[in-house]
Ligand binder design. Structure first.
Ligand code: AMP
Ligand code: ZN
Length: 470
């Protein structure tokens, strides 16, 4: 069956055709690791996970690359402002390197909690400075760069189709925009390399042919995507905010350097909103997975909530909707337990039922192949469960896309803590974890959570402290 995806580049739904048969090169822009990911960021990663699972379900083998932005992302997209990492380092009294390591670890834990399949390749911007310098040198040789007092810039006027992803009209952008361009030639020009400030020593800086400094945010993705996936690969993803600046500039640099498209399909997840605002890492509408678990809401309930809205529609967050999703997920788990197994169905020699089930499978595949219409797939599955039309095995097959850990739930025999006999070493870990949480030592408490989980316990954060179930 063909799979159809919305391509931001053409602004229409296209049949997906991979460069290599049954293989997909996928690059998804990763987090800037100066703080926890908020649940808005995580919406984008869940969308990308569902995309990946849907392609896998359609027999594609995926090579997934995700970067870690640990340098160069400034507080202002127009190449001014502070480096988010250096700013975060001052805020938390950690070095920028420690900060990056801590929040990278936290981010990976968040992905695990949301049952997001990890990328095959993680790449840190600071591990690829040489690749970025080489790409800038290539652009310099081809005449696309110029230097100012604070860095080396990409001259966007040299590209005829700059801004095609966002449908930006160059002329409109260059004329009549009241933005302080500083020494830049055009408003849309962007930094490839920034010089370290003269009177201030940065924690993260490197020598380059142009002077000591650090790479711009966009060049890291272009350099690493090409290094791991080739000059042209299949799909590039991110949140919608990346369309007009970050992805537009990635395309500009890469296509100027290699005269080939960077990616054939560009896909973008819509925003999670808090009221009428977008959720942002600064500001008081900052909700993380930790906020949810403190309210005894499981990360998978959040995942379930996200599956109910199409990735190209905005979603306004509310606690009511999240609580309803938690209840809905419990219903789904309970209903799964009541479904008959294939063996039970076949022993009744119910051929009609078997045909019906195959029909549902085909419909399911149709929905997910229609630009990831997961909410309709969920509706279909609910209906099939209610009317006892599918086997347990089929539901588990569908959960390869939903990622709601239904199999784990079926295999689990829950026991309340009062009935559990907890060995002393486990009880000690619980005490240590509660102490760490009281002291807000989240990295220690997360390490201890992993230890408890590795010992076979489910860890619940409640207002009375850590609680365990099996
Ligand atoms: P950052 O860590 O800020 O670089 O962002 C990580 C990812 O989250 C990017 O793909 C952004 O486009 C995406 N993102 C940022 N804010 C939101 C939001 N409110 N809703 C959905 N995705 C978001
Ligand atoms: Zn990127």
């Amino acid at each position: 069956m063909s799979i159809y995806l919305f391509n931001t580049l053409s602004r229409r739904i296209e049949e997906f055709k991979s460069i290599k048969k049954n293989k997909v090169g996928l690059y998804t822009c990763g987090p800037t690791v100066y703080n926890h990911a908020h649940i808005g960021n995580l919406r984008t990663y869940v969308f990308e996970d569902v995309l990946k699972r849907s392609l896998q379900y359609n027999d594609f083998k995926i090579k997934h690359v995700m970067n870690i932005t640990d340098v160069g992302h400034l507080t202002d997209d127009a190449d001014t402002g502070e480096d988010k990492m250096e700013k975060g380092s001052a805020r938390e009294g950690k070095t920028a390197w420690e900060l990056a390591e801590f929040y990278t670890h936290e981010f990976r834990l968040d992905l695990e909690r949301l049952n997001i399949i990890e990328p095959a390749i993680w790449c840190r911007a600071t591990d690829h400075i040489k690749d970025q310098i080489n790409l800038i040198k290539k652009l310099e040789k081809k005449g696309f760069t110029y230097a100012t007092s604070d860095g080396v810039y990409f001259d966007t006027s040299k590209l005829k189709d700059y801004g095609k992803l966002a449908n930006l009209q160059n002329q409109e952008l260059r004329a009549g925009v009241r933005v302080d361009v500083g020494d830049k030639k055009n408003t849309t020009d962007f930094a490839l390399w920034k010089f370290s400030p003269k009177l201030q020593k940065r924690q993260m800086e490197w020598k380059s042919p142009w002077g000591v400094g650090f790479p711009g945010w966009h060049i890291e993705c272009s350099a690493m995507a090409t290094k791991y996936l080739g000059k042209t690969f299949d799909i590039h993803c991110g949140g919608v905010d990346h369309i007009p600046v970050h992805h537009t500039n990635e395309i500009a640099q890469s296509e100027a350097a290699y005269d080939e498209p960077l990616a054939n399909y560009w896909m973008h997840g819509e925003f999670l909103l808090m009221g009428s605002d977008k959720m942002a890492k600064s500001g008081d509408n900052f909700v993380t997975l930790r906020t949810l678990t403190e309210k005894e809401i499981s990360p998978l309930a959040y995942r379930f909530l996200l599956l109910q809205t199409h990735y190209r529609k905005q979603l306004t967050f509310s606690w009511e909707a999240l609580n309803a999703a938690q209840t809905g997920l419990t219903h789904l788990y309970n209903a799964a337990k009541k479904l008959k197994t294939k063996k039970e169905i076949l022993s009744n020699i119910d051929q009609k039922k078997n045909d019906e089930e195959n029909e549902i499978k085909n419909k399911f595949k149709e929905f997910i192949s229609d630009d990831l219409n997961i909410s309709s797939a969920l509706g279909l599955v609910w209906d099939a469960i209610k009317n006892d039309k599918i086997s347990r095995e089929t539901l588990l097959e569908f959960d390869q896309i939903f990622g709601l850990k239904i199999k784990e739930e079926l295999e689990k025999k829950p026991e309340p803590i009062s009935e559990l006999i907890i060995p002393k070493e486990i009880a000690d870990l619980v005490t240590k974890r509660d102490e760490a949480r009281q002291n807000k030592e989240w990295n220690i408490s997360d390490e201890l959570r992993l230890k408890l989980e590795a010992a076979g316990y489910k860890v619940l954060d409640t207002k009375d402290g850590t609680q365990l179930t099996k």
